[in-house]
Design a protein around this ligand. Structure first.
Ligand SMILES: [Zn+2]
Length: 253
């Protein structure tokens, strides 16, 4: 039986047993997978430069499909995004997008799109596009692909074009108008008209136009605060890479 191949983006790598590495990676056909790279710590030859988080690689898997664990036979590096790695802020945005893509990789019909969206975001960060604007735009895009599309166009309570002051309802996953604020299910987070307009625009644009959007600091911070709380509310946990992003983003303006 021939070995199987899959494009992959590395999500996490950790030591396993005496000599092995346990690798989680995103694929376009099967979403997120976990695989074991036997003896990879002793001999890196079969995985030269492949086992770095965020690298885009081609994996050769053992012929039989694993149940929980794939067996990685070898890997070939496709793109390591070296420029992105030298800039902490771009690295922080990339790590956050990769973690979200790995967590939201369902439903299966969305695997391919989620993989492509993450690959494009990494390539844009590598090219030097500003992480401050790419991060909220692509987080919103990934949420939509993963089945958590925030409802931004009409009030989730009364369905009217929402009037200020605007809020975002975490349980309802959308904008709440000023008139419905008292009755709407909370927690509610404030949403400024500026951030709301930008997010609506980001949601309406096709992906290839997202790099044109620019989020000023206030709109960026408010959007990210909402996404962070929204993900925590619906996934029941905090994302590991969020604190790294906040640290580097504070340190680098
Ligand atoms: Zn309303």
């Amino acid at each position: 039986m021939a070995e199987r191949q899959t494009p992959a983006i590395i999500l996490t790598v950790r030591e396993y047993g005496e000599a092995d590495l346990l690798v989680t990676f995103l694929t376009p056909e099967q979403g997120p997978l976990t695989g074991i790279a036997k003896h990879a710590r002793k001999s890196r030859r079969r995985f030269a430069h492949c086992l770095e988080p965020l690298s885009r690689v081609l994996f050769f898997l053992s012929p039989r499909r694993g149940r929980d664990l794939e067996f990685l036979q070898k890997g070939e590096l496709v793109q390591s995004f070296p420029t992105l790695r030298r800039d902490l802020k771009r690295l922080g945005a990339a790590a956050l997008l990769a973690e979200v893509a790995g967590l939201l990789a369902g439903p299966p019909e969305a695997y391919q799109e989620i993989f492509t969206a993450l690959e494009e975001a990494l390539a844009l960060l590598e090219q030097g596009l500003p992480p401050d604007s790419l991060l909220p735009a692509f987080l919103l895009h990934l949420l939509g692909l993963g089945g958590y599309r925030p409802r931004l166009h009409r009030c989730v309570a009364c369905a009217a074009e929402p009037g200020t002051p605007l809020n975002f309802s975490l349980p309802r996953g959308g904008v709440v108008c000023g008139a419905c604020r008292q009755e709407a299910p909370g927690p509610l987070l404030p949403l400024s008209p500026g951030a709301w307009k930008l997010l609506r625009l980001a949601q309406d644009l096709p992906r290839h136009k997202l790099p044109r959007l620019r989020f000023p600091p206030q709109q960026r911070d408010q959007s990210l605060l909402i996404f962070k709380a929204f993900l925590r509310y619906h996934l029941g946990k905090d994302l590991k890479s969020w604190s790294f992003w906040e640290k580097v983003s504070r340190a680098h303006g």
